[in-house]
Design a protein around this ligand. Structure first.
Ligand code: CDT
Length: 310
């Protein structure tokens, strides 16, 4: 058995006016709660330090730079790293990254028990749009403020296992999990900020949004025999609602722990990384069963190519 006591640490809403310091204090409270349940590893959401700012349009995109971190840890986040180290707890969280070269990414990191950043992932599948769209009920300007991640989907040897990350919209794409699955991933951690309403399909119900979320993370886990830990930022941010749905999925694709509601909350589950073995050695033994000679389209084309008309 290789059991990692894993805490999914959901954050409730973060308002536009909330400071990084206030959010970090909330994250530390969740960490303390996870520690009281003997967690080894805590996972926080996408863009954990701020409100989901891509909903706000700035004509001059540089005006959005104040949402980004130029260093990690920085002044506001150092207390989180210090508490994690003091508790001997590993962690993962998302934030907006502004590199020294002036590049903008939607990023998440893996931090070991000693407080060292050992893995960086930059979101590949950026949803939304670049320009203000008056047809939408709300804006989703990730394509305006971020460039697509340039690091692919790496995995890391971490906590005695093989870990990978992705972020929010990435969880809906089977390629995300399979690229990590092909590197033997045993736990995928991800944070998300998912608006409860579809900005282009107003009648879509919250239940349907949650269904698509669970369908995505459960199938990704099952089809790659990996744990998936999916953590929401939820609740009403300045009148814009984000859904909950924080959950831990086992390598059979079953949800084994879940958070009800939309407030700050923690759920801890003992995730045995050896539980990935059965699936990896049987039905999803890639080496024996994959037929890559038929998968060329997966990397050769982006959009759909229809058959010739009759
Ligand atoms: N943050 C994020 O990626 N949210 C998207 C919303 C898609 S609607 C433009 C998601 O896939 O949940």
């Amino acid at each position: 058995m290789r059991v990692i006591r894993t805490a999914a640490a959901q954050l409730g809403a973060i308002q536009r006016a909330d400071s990084r310091q206030a959010v970090v204090a909330r994250m530390i409270r969740l960490m303390d709660e996870a520690a009281s349940q003997d967690a080894d590893f805590i996972v926080y959401p996408e863009l954990a330090l701020t409100t989901f700012f891509p909903r706000w349009h700035h004509e001059n995109r540089a005006e959005a730079d104040h949402w980004f971190e130029r260093e990690m840890p920085g002044e506001a986040t150092r207390p989180l790293f210090e508490r994690a180290k003091a508790l001997n707890m590993a962690m993962s969280f998302g934030f907006a990254e502004l590199t020294p070269e002036g590049r903008h990414f939607n990023t998440s990191i893996l931090v070991d028990r000693a407080g060292a950043i050992v893995g960086t992932y930059r979101k590949v599948h950026l949803p939304g749009h670049v320009e203000f769209d008056p047809e939408r009920t709300h804006q989703h300007l990730e394509k305006r403020y971020f460039e697509p991640g340039d690091l692919g989907f790496p995995v890391w040897r971490f906590l005695g296992g093989i870990f990978g990350m992705c972020i929010c919209n990435d969880r809906r794409w089977p390629e995300t999990y399979r690229v990590m699955g092909l590197q033997g991933v045993e736990m995928v951690v991800l944070g998300f900020n998912t608006p409860s309403v579809n900005s282009q399909k107003g009648e879509e119900k919250l239940g349907k949004r949650l269904f698509h979320h669970r369908l995505s993370v459960q199938s990704g886990a099952y089809q790659n025999a990996t744990w998936v830990v999916a953590v929401a930022k939820a609740g009403d941010e300045d009148g814009h609602h984000l859904m909950g749905g924080t959950c831990i999925v086992d390598p059979d694709g079953e949800i084994v722990a879940e958070i009800e509601g939309e407030a700050d909350a923690v759920v801890v589950h003992p995730c045995d990384l050896d539980a990935t073995r059965f699936g990896k050695e049987t039905i999803f033994d890639f080496k024996r069963h994959r037929r890559v000679e038929h998968y060329g389209r997966i990397t050769a084309q982006v959009g759909t190519e229809l058959p010739l008309a009759e």
